[in-house]
Ligand binder design. Structure first.
Ligand code: AMP
Length: 222
């Protein structure tokens, strides 16, 4: 089967910029963007039993159990499913189990590249503690760089708020789980020859250019 659109996984600590970069990559390559965190937040806001259960884990900084996450993602990623040929996954996989399940689900055509956006802990701690997000379009702001008018999103006019899991305790727990559960995936992808590490420090635009360069090199774009 021939494919022109890349299949990308974004890895990186919370606050590394995965959400922002994934949205840009989706637009740049014309591919689907799947954020499991966003999907859970939408379902929680809709008040479904599933969403409310996921929210309990999220607000505590815990991971949603693997079987629940894989069930949801599998529906989207199965061959012929809504995500289509190319995609960028943001926040999935987060455990080795999920990474192996992803390989099982997309056997029709494997991943092209796993990009690890590398940002030191001190920087993500500051980004997360000051992060504010538009409830509607998910544009990310910082207390030091707020929207122009009274916490109203410059892009869509939505309310800009702090995420329920951007509390000090939840941030600590999320970063701890990143080290124990998610870091092993980096080696998993390195062994498969699809890992690239990109420096995630700097302006969003600069980091985006680094990521595109790395993906293009992998998929054989000039
Ligand atoms: P994110 O928006 O990616 O930071 O995710 C927010 C929260 O959603 C995480 O802290 C977890 O509680 C949950 N979550 C998102 N993706 C996953 C995943 N792949 N596995 C387990 N939990 C997840």
């Amino acid at each position: 089967m021939t494919r022109t659109k890349p299949r990308v996984v974004l890895l990186g600590k919370q606050g590394a910029g995965k959400g922002t970069q994934a949205a840009r990559l989706a637009e740049h390559y014309g591919i689907a963007h799947l954020s499991t965190g966003e999907l859970f937040r939408e379902r929680a806001a809709a008040g479904t039993a599933f969403g409310l259960e996921a929210k309990r884990y999220m607000d505590a900084g815990e991971l949603v159990p693997d079987d629940i996450v894989v069930g949801v993602v599998e529906e989207c990623l199965a061959p012929g499913g809504p995500l289509g040929d190319g995609f960028v996954l943001d926040g999935f996989p987060r455990t080795l189990y999920q990474a192996r399940e992803l390989d099982r689900v997309i056997t029709d055509s494997p991943l092209d590249v796993a990009v690890n956006i590398d940002v030191p802990r001190e920087i993500v701690l500051d980004r997360l503690a000051g992060r504010r997000v538009c409830e509607q379009c998910q544009r990310v702001y910082h207390v030091n760089m707020p929207p122009a008018h009274d916490w109203t999103c410059d892009t869509c006019g939505g309310r800009v708020v702090q995420r329920d899991d951007d509390t000090e305790e939840a941030i600590d727990r999320r970063l701890e789980l990143y080290e124990t559960e998610t870091v092993p995936i980096i080696d998993y992808y390195r062994e498969r020859g699809v890992l690239v590490v990109v420096d995630g420090v700097g302006e969003g635009e600069e980091v985006f250019e680094r990521i595109v360069k790395a993906i293009d090199a992998r998929i054989g774009c000039p």
